[in-house]
Design a protein around this ligand. Structure first.
Ligand code: SAM
Length: 256
């Protein structure tokens, strides 16, 4: 029995979920999604963790169609021999067309069902464990663990429900609070038209532990580059206050 399970969900089948994400990346060119993996504030901590731990075979799980992170890892982390992006087949098709480095490859898979398809010594994941189905998120993390040896690294960014809570309380009209279900860690994405789970820190720590990871670092990162700050203000209709910006949790965890 999972600890602190979140009941309910969007009712999407795995085929519908796959079709949703393939549509976002292939048909809508990822325009309707808050996207962070191209930003140096996101790339740098991932490259630093991979470099510090001397990782050679990196898996970018839920890589999406933006290839900046895969390219930066291949080019900047000195020990890296291969970078494998894994996502639904229609998504990695788009990414593969945009990548020309022979060290970067792709696997098309439903990770929750089929796993990552390769073994590595590091899994990087950016905003990809946010399904509205708690069990799918937990399955994804178990699959990440299966792709690693004991001691392997999981690094990445996880949204947390406290970001839209804070946005909501800082807005004069508190509009965003209507999109938050704090008890269930659920956020209703206006632009994407779906609900997603953004775990709270203790819950995320427990979910990681149950999936076989020991948390070593969980740190707030503010997305304060001019590009990401602007992106968040427009995407979430946050107004023009320069002190309001998106933030997430940067996590480093080790396969137990
Ligand atoms: C919010 S997007 C983030 C994409 C990318 N990491 C980025 O930051 O640009 C979430 C990604 O996770 C992928 N994803 C979600 N569930 C998945 C699953 N079960 N198997 C494979 N990929 C999945 C989606 O297809 C999507 O590309």
């Amino acid at each position: 029995m999972a600890k602190w399970p979140i009941s309910g969900g969007d009712g999407m089948s795995q085929d519908e979920r796959r079709a949703y994400w393939e549509g976002e990346h292939a048909d809508r060119d990822y325009e309707g999604v808050f996207s962070i993996s191209q930003d140096e504030g996101v790339i740098a901590p991932c490259v630093e963790a991979i470099t510090r731990r001397g990782c050679r075979r990196v898996i970018v799980a839920g890589c999406g169609s933006n290839v900046a992170l895969q390219q930066a890892i291949a080019q900047r982390a000195p020990d890296v021999e291969s970078v494998t992006g894994v996502d639904f087949p229609g998504v990695v098709e788009v990414a593969a067309r945009r990548t020309h480095d022979p060290r970067i490859g792709y696997v098309g898979a439903d990770i929750a069902v089929d796993g990552c398809g390769v073994q590595g010594d590091c899994v990087v994941t950016i905003n990809s464990v946010l399904s509205d189905l708690d069990e799918e998120n937990r399955a994804l993390l178990r699959r990440f663990r299966e792709a690693l040896p004991a001691g392997g690294l999981l690094a990445g960014f996880f949204p947390t429900i406290f970001t839209p809570v804070e946005f909501g309380y800082l807005q004069p009209d508190r509009r965003m609070l209507d999109q938050v279900n704090l008890e269930e860690c659920r956020f209703a994405e206006e632009q994407q038209g779906i609900t997603q789970i953004f775990y709270s820190p203790l819950r995320l720590r427990a979910v990681l532990r149950e999936a076989g990871f020991r948390l070593e670092r969980m740190e707030v990162v503010f997305f304060d580059s001019p590009e990401l700050a602007d992106h968040a203000r427009t995407y979430y209709r946050l107004g023009d206050d320069p002190d309001v910006m998106a933030w997430e949790l940067f996590v480093e965890a080790v396969a137990a």
